[in-house]
Design a protein around this ligand. Structure first.
Ligand code: HEM
Length: 433
């Protein structure tokens, strides 16, 4: 590209960034409005700090294909609550070494080991829903499920241990995207205390002899290689990250998926045609493939469409380490760049504002979706999340029928991940055989 084809970075002109920060949290169309006006790459100020927003596959590819020019970044509240050892807050060799260690928890062998546990959790939930005599908040159940998959199936915790972790975990997650000032009694101060207790509990788990539960025994080889002792604070922080990364995200995908289907009977009938021909439960050793895109293409299309329009992670961040060109725009060194997935997924030619899962079954569909991020920091739990979602959807629809309770608020709260405001209240009965 010649220098004359390059453009300086367009800006909103905001200085203090106070109104911009308020608008960012309140207005789901914040980024879209500014992209429409300023183009695919623009800068604004968020509470006095410059932040660049980007959208579109050209801009995202330009950013992620220059790993030497960028590093990971999270807002200060997330940085502090995850901790300095967390791989999310590390870069270069320290990041890579920890990713290699944690990735062992998500290998195909590990997923095969977790499958029976996840199938049990789905069956238990079906039993609970079946015997309920009042309306059930389905979103809450999806959160419990996503937490249990990580706490029980991956970390090997049971009963009391798991419940103790859950209550602190909820206090901790509430402040992840808050103002990081620990005034006594504030959500952030409470979250810091909860973080301390969570790490102590995780440490205790790591000092116990590892029985053949969960996947923690899978970590040992990689730990030696990375020079991290098993009982170190470092490892406890990586486990804490898994709870953060895999909880609201997976629960959000499941809740939005259920809401979309239950409010759209023709869509539900279209999916049921496919699910009625699948066997539940799958043989545990087949669970990772039984409902994959080749065996359940409609399910895959609906999941893709839900994650396109309501991505569980609406945006992720990088910091520039040198000046770089993104979609023809010069972005200076030391800028925080937010990849605005939510608006990116609606940007382009065609009916992209419309919910139409069939588009993903069309061979000509050229959408590039990145719900799990990309490049060197692509989501480590992608395969686990996909497995959880497929097993949950097939298990629920094979066994049960749902009727949404009328007159509830179906709009989505956006942070930390999209989720129905009234928790998606449903009445449940057995599915027709
Ligand atoms: C539908 C569910 C999920 C979605 C949409 C999702 C999405 C994402 C995204 C967008 C990123 C940031 C990638 C980047 O910066 O380029 C990420 C990172 C990460 N995710 Fe997920 N995630 C999901 C579930 C999970 C689960 C179940 C786990 C593990 C239990 C997990 C573990 C992680 C970890 C450890 C990272 C940090 C990777 C790094 O910084 O190198 N995620 N995820």
């Amino acid at each position: 590209m010649t220098n004359s084809a390059l453009h300086p970075l367009p800006t909103t002109g905001a200085l203090t960034g106070i109104l911009e920060a308020l608008a960012f949290f309140r207005d789901p169309a914040f980024a879209k409005k500014r992209f429409d006006h300023l183009g695919n790459v623009f800068e604004t100020s968020m509470l006095g700090k410059p932040m660049v927003f980007i959208q579109g596959s050209k801009a995202i590819t330009d950013l992620l294909s220059q790993p030497e020019a960028i590093e990971g970044w999270w807002p200060e509240s997330v940085q502090k609550l995850l901790g300095s050892h967390s791989l999310a807050n590390r870069n270069g060799a320290a990041h890579k070494a920890r990713r290699r260690v944690v990735a062992q928890l998500f290998s195909s062998a590990a997923l095969n080991r977790y499958s029976p546990g996840i199938i049990n959790l789905v069956n238990e939930l079906c039993e609970e829903l079946k015997s309920a005599t009042t309306a059930i908040p389905l979103s809450k159940k999806m959160r419990n499920f996503a937490f249990s998959v990580i706490a029980t199936t991956v970390l090997g915790l049971e009963g009391g241990d798991r419940d103790k972790l859950f209550s602190d975990f909820e206090i901790w997650t509430k402040a992840l995207f808050s103002i990081p000032i620990a005034l006594p009694g504030s959500a952030f101060a409470n979250a810091l205390k909860a973080r301390k207790r969570l790490l102590e509990k995780l440490q205790k788990i790591l000092t116990r002899p590892i029985k053949n539960k969960g996947g923690l025994d899978l970590l040992s080889g990689g730990l030696d290689e990375a020079g991290i002792p098993l009982t170190d604070d470092d490892l406890a922080e990586q486990l804490l990250l898994l709870l953060f990364a895999g909880y609201e995200t997976t629960a959000s995908a499941l809740s939005c998926l259920m809401q979309e289907l239950l409010l759209n009977p023709p869509l539900e009938a279209w999916l049921r045609e496919e699910i009625d021909n699948l066997i539940w439960p799958p043989a545990p050793e087949q669970a990772t493939i039984s409902y994959d895109p080749s065996n359940a293409p409609k399910l895959e299309a609906i999941v893709n469409e839900v994650m396109r329009l309501t991505p569980p992670v609406g945006g992720f961040f990088r910091r520039t380490k040198k000046s770089l060109i993104i979609d023809g725009v010069i972005v200076p060194n030391n800028r925080i760049v937010q990849v605005a997935l939510a608006s990116s997924n609606r940007h382009g030619v065609g009916d992209l504002e419309v919910f139409r899962p069939q588009r993903h079954l069309d061979k000509k569909c050229s959408l590039t979706l990145m719900p799990f991020g990309g490049g060197e920091r692509i989501c480590l739990g992608k395969s686990l999340a996909e497995l959880e979602i497929r097993l949950m959807m097939v298990g629920l629809f094979r066994k049960l029928q749902f009727r949404v309770v009328p007159n509830q608020d179906f709009t989505l709260r956006q942070l930390p991940s999209p989720s129905p405001r009234d928790e998606l209240l449903v009445n449940v009965k057995l599915a027709k055989e």
